[in-house]
Design a protein around this ligand. Structure first.
Ligand SMILES: *Cc1c(COP(=O)(O)O)cnc(C)c1O
Length: 415
């Protein structure tokens, strides 16, 4: 067989292999889409809610209804959905500063946090305000697909102090080799925390995880859940922003932290209007389903061609990230370049490793996206270090992911 025959054969075999996975994803999409639709109906979303407001934004019904809509879909008491947040990192920072006070301690239970959180928890952030931030990885150590909750309990017992106020959980893997945190692990964990440490806040970084399953963290009793609108819940349409949903007191504190004590959630206008935020949220379950289908195919296809992939094509997923280990700087560059070249926007650009703001190491990123840097759209990024693993995520349609991955494989393999 010629190399191009090998590629064509792998493509067809992978399409077959993932059909049952796709059928399961369809069920998740249907359940989430129904919950989202019913929430729009219950909140009586109307055409006038799409319109923008100016100035202080007092009485902005579009903004307030969007807050309630998110709360309902996520099963939370309250929500705050704001385009005023520049990014997910900004929202996570706002939330940490909302829950913590000088002298308090936060314990991250899923190991090292996402790269951009390091400056937030360091000297210029929490630490500089006299708040300690510590990490343990007890909730991310899977053995044969399960987390040993007795080990988690023992670890937490030895690490939680009287000053500890927040247990911090990052569900998605970030640029690390661990598994993402499934709903069932989170359910068990929350059971443990409610039983042993009921007075602690729990906070979830939900970036990349929304709508990958039928249950969201607030439904499990998580105090505060935070994510970015240029990822899953924005559905590819939201131009910017982030959300926080959870217990009323926690969300109220976040609003005071984002705006000002006393202002809370009642101020803040958005002249451009909320249509993209509503419509994107309506489409989000479907778009996330497309991502999941696309990366399941990518895992199967690239795995067949000999690349190390994680998760595998048939594994249960709780985020939209697919790790593909390319193994050399040249191959990583070629892969990223081919993803960029298969994008609808900026296809002519060539990604180069650079010192991206907030990241302590060089990152190469392919993102030929309609919304700058949006990673619910097909994108691929990677720390430019050993073992040269690319993190592939997003895709507004599974077909786009399939086309791009086929072209990228062909480029890397030189056929
Ligand atoms: C993307 C991401 C963030 C940060 O979000 P930005 O919008 O890029 O600032 C934080 N945590 C996780 C797990 C992420 O995937």
């Amino acid at each position: 067989m010629t190399a191009s025959d090998v590629l064509a054969k792998a493509y067809l075999e992978s399409r077959e292999e993932v059909l049952p996975v796709w059928a399961k994803i369809d069920e998740t999409v249907m359940a989430n889409h129904e919950r989202v639709l019913d929430s729009f109906i219950s909140e009586r979303v109307a055409l006038h809610h799409m319109s923008g407001t100016t100035g202080y934004g007092y009485g902005d019904a579009g903004r307030d209804t969007l807050d309630r809509l998110y709360a309902r879909v996520f099963g939370a008491q309250d929500g705050l959905v704001r385009p005023h947040w520049a990014s997910g990192t900004h929202a996570l920072k706002t939330a940490l500063f909302a829950l913590l006070r000088p002298g308090d301690d936060v314990l991250a239970v899923t190991g090292p946090s996402y790269d951009t959180l390091a400056p937030v928890t360091g000297e210029g952030g929490l630490k500089g305000f006299g708040i300690t931030y510590r990490e343990t990885d007890c909730l991310s150590l899977y053995e044969e697909g399960r987390i040993d909750m007795d080990a988690v309990e023992a670890d937490l017992s030895s690490k939680i102090r009287s000053e500890t106020r927040v247990l911090y959980i990052q569900r998605s893997r970030g640029y690390s080799a661990r598994k993402s945190i499934s709903v069932s692990s989170l359910l068990e964990f929350m059971g443990l925390v409610k039983r042993r440490w009921p007075g602690l806040w729990t906070m979830v970084d939900n970036c990349y995880c929304e709508f990958t399953g039928q249950v969201e963290p607030p439904m499990l009793g998580v105090s505060l859940t935070v994510g970015s609108l240029i990822k899953n819940p924005g559905g590819g349409l939201a131009p910017t922003g982030a959300y926080a949903v959870g217990e009323s007191e926690a969300v109220a504190r976040v609003a005071e932290s984002l705006y000002a004590p006393g202002l809370g959630s009642e101020a803040g206008s958005w002249a451009a209007g909320y249509r993209d935020l509503y419509q994107g949220f309506f489409l989000a379950p479907k778009v996330v389903g497309e991502c999941l289908k696309g990366i399941a195919f990518a895992a199967s296809f690239l795995g067949r061609l000999g690349f190390k992939v994680d998760p595998g094509p048939l594994e249960e997923r709780s985020d939209i990230v697919q790790a593909v280990t390319l193994g050399s700087p040249e191959k990583l560059k070629a892969f990223a370049a081919a993803i960029q070249a298969s994008s609808p926007v900026d296809s002519f650009a060539t990604p180069e490793p650079w010192d991206m703001p907030g990241y302590g190491r060089q990152i190469i990123m392919a993102a030929g996206t309609f919304v700058q840097g949006s990673s619910i759209e097909l994108s691929c990024d990677a720390p430019f270090t050993e073992p040269y693993t690319a993190y592939l995520q997003g895709g507004l349609t599974k077909e786009h992911v399939m086309l791009a991955v086929r072209r990228a494989a062909s480029k890397v393999l030189g056929v």
